[in-house]
Design a protein around this ligand. Structure first.
Ligand code: SF4
Ligand code: SF4
Length: 98
């Protein structure tokens, strides 16, 4: 049987580019509240809209849902699409000059 492509999320699997791990560029990071996240709170493989919409393919379709911050760009699409608002975008570092 022909090997199936496991790469069906947004675009492709994350990989180290010429500039290194691309998650280093991001200013914001997503933080999941697993008490609100549907797969964890219901112990059921459901929802996974964050996995579906992530343009970088860095969200795992697992219980609990995990995000690979080494490659997450901090775009916030996952937080926008999450039905129970389980994802919060937080600033990675505070600016010294603010
Ligand atoms: S912030 Fe963007 S890149 Fe990071 S996990 Fe969410 S959708 Fe993917
Ligand atoms: S979209 Fe929200 S509720 Fe759905 S799996 Fe992702 S974090 Fe959990």
């Amino acid at each position: 049987m022909e090997k199936q492509d496991t790469n069906i999320a947004g675009i492709c699997s994350p990989a180290i580019g010429e500039a290194g791990k691309t998650g280093d560029w991001s200013d914001l990071k997503p933080v999941i509240d697993h008490t609100k996240c549907i797969p964890s709170s219901k112990n059921k493989a459901a929802c996974f809209l964050c996995w579906l919409y992530c343009p970088d393919g860095v969200v795992s379709m697992s219980i609990p849902v995990r995000i690979n911050l080494d490659y997450c760009k901090g775009c916030g699409i996952c937080a926008e699409e999450c039905p129970p608002n389980a994802i919060r975008m937080v600033r990675k570092v505070e600016c010294d000059d603010e």
